[in-house]
Design a protein around this ligand. Structure first.
Ligand SMILES: Cc1cc2nc3c(=O)[nH]c(=O)nc-3n(C[C@H](O)[C@H](O)[C@H](O)COP(=O)(O)OP(=O)(O)OC[C@H]3O[C@@H](n4cnc5c(N)ncnc54)[C@H](O)[C@@H]3O)c2cc1C
Length: 378
């Protein structure tokens, strides 16, 4: 008899896993706590490595059409003068996919449609998971389900991780993040660029996600925010006028504020017939724009291994082995980038920027070569 597979969480990680498993002939059930698949109103960049997976899944063009292709990533100073420029054309021609900036809701809608809404059960918040001869899932609404296999894709505060793996410390990066989407006609030169502007202990990023929509985020060291009870435009008033225009063009109620956190790397993602993926396994600070992309790599690896007919336990153990180093390298590097980007001392900022400008392009390329390479996943 076919084994029952439960995926907890309908985020990008859970839905991508469900879609890929369905393509391999499995019939997973996704349990999602929210009453609808409505992620925070923000954008996201799905980088080349994730888009390679979506190409294999046959949804590359659907995602590209719903979003915007990004061909250059830039780090600049607060007046938009470049510090570091990463050209992506090499990877576009090698892998046949672009980095795509897209509204989170649009991406999750595509993934949910591919998964099939009949396979996603909403308003099912997992409260308790117990392992006997199979797994018993108890939900907030008083219902209970049994499953042979559990995939915990329930985010950084994962109940599956806490209860089955008994681990996971969430770290506070001491930075606050604002996210918003505005309607705006961006200057022609920014149409296919992702820009991040670094100031003193604060930064601002923006990218076009569709014909008329621009997604932006601001990040500031917590102490700056605590000491200043000023508005976001006042906090960023030395930034380029385009920055202030984007914030002003965003209705206040559509700006989301959150702390920047991550999960201290954990050594076990798989145990018997259960595993963790995405933020539940390796939540990272967003400084490399790779959190969701790494979840997509997890999903692909699991689907490949299960699809090859491996025993569940062996498949999950192999998944952990194939994925853990890269995911943890990103968590660690991203944490450091968060610190470097928030230097506040003027002389150190000057030195940092000089050092970054003088880095040969090959240094950035080496990093992207590694991140975009998914050849070891199976
Ligand atoms: C500011 C910011 C910017 C980012 N930008 C990027 C980017 O550009 N590119 C990128 O790749 N990544 C980015 N990330 C990271 C990315 O958002 C996450 O890594 C990704 O969304 C993780 O997906 P996930 O499916 O693992 O978890 P989540 O998105 O957290 O999904 C978990 C799901 O599980 C559900 N759930 C939780 N608990 C339960 C429960 N008990 N029972 C049932 N359901 C439950 C939740 O409702 C949710 O739907 C960014 C993150 C932040 C904070």
């Amino acid at each position: 008899m076919e084994k029952a597979i439960a995926i907890i969480g309908a985020g990008i990680g859970g839905l991508t896993t469900a879609m890929l498993l369905k393509q391999k002939g499995f019939e997973p059930t996704v349990y999602e706590s929210a009453p609808s698949i409505q992620p925070v109103g923000a954008g996201i960049v799905m980088a080349n490595n994730a888009m390679q997976v979506y190409k294999k899944a046959g949804i590359q063009h659907t995602i590209e059409q719903a979003g915007n292709k990004i061909t250059v990533m830039k780090i600049t100073d607060e007046r938009l003068k470049p510090i570091s420029v990463m050209e992506l054309s090499k990877y576009e021609s090698v892998y046949g996919v672009y980095n795509v900036a897209i509204h989170r809701a649009a991406l999750q809608r595509i993934l949910a449609e591919e998964t099939g809404f009949e396979n996603i059960i909403l308003s099912k918040r997992l409260l308790r998971i117990e392992q006997n001869e199979n797994y018993q899932l108890s939900f907030e609404d008083g219902t209970v389900a049994h499953t042979d296999v559990v995939i915990g894709a329930d985010g950084i505060k994962s109940v599956v991780r806490k209860q089955l793996f008994n681990t996971g410390e969430i770290r506070d990066a001491q930075q606050v993040c604002w996210r918003g989407i505005c309607e705006m006609n961006l200057s022609e030169k920014y149409q296919h660029e992702a820009n991040e502007l670094w100031g003193k202990g604060k930064r601002f990023g923006f990218v076009k996600i569709s014909d008329s929509k621009v997604y932006w985020y601001a990040v500031a060291s917590k102490w700056l925010v605590k000491e200043n009870s000023q508005s976001l435009t006042e906090l960023l008033n030395e930034f380029h006028p385009e920055v202030l225009a984007m914030i002003n063009a965003t209705p206040q109620e559509n700006i989301f504020i959150s702390d920047i956190t991550d999960l201290e790397p954990i050594s076990t993602w798989a145990k018997d017939k259960a595993c963790l993926l995405g933020d539940a396994a390796h939540a990272t600070t967003p400084n490399m724009g790779q959190g969701a992309c790494q979840a997509v790599e997890d999903a692909y690896t699991i689907a490949q291994l299960l699809g090859a007919g491996k025993e569940i336990k062996d498949a999950f153990a192999s998944y952990e082995k194939r994925r853990i180093k890269k995911a943890h390298d990103i968590v660690k590097r991203s944490w450091s980038v968060g610190k470097i980007s928030h230097i506040e001392n003027g002389a150190l900022i000057w030195l940092r920027n000089i050092a970054m400008k003088s880095l040969p392009g090959s240094a950035n390329n080496k990093l992207l070569d590694k991140i975009f390479d998914i050849s070891n996943l199976g």
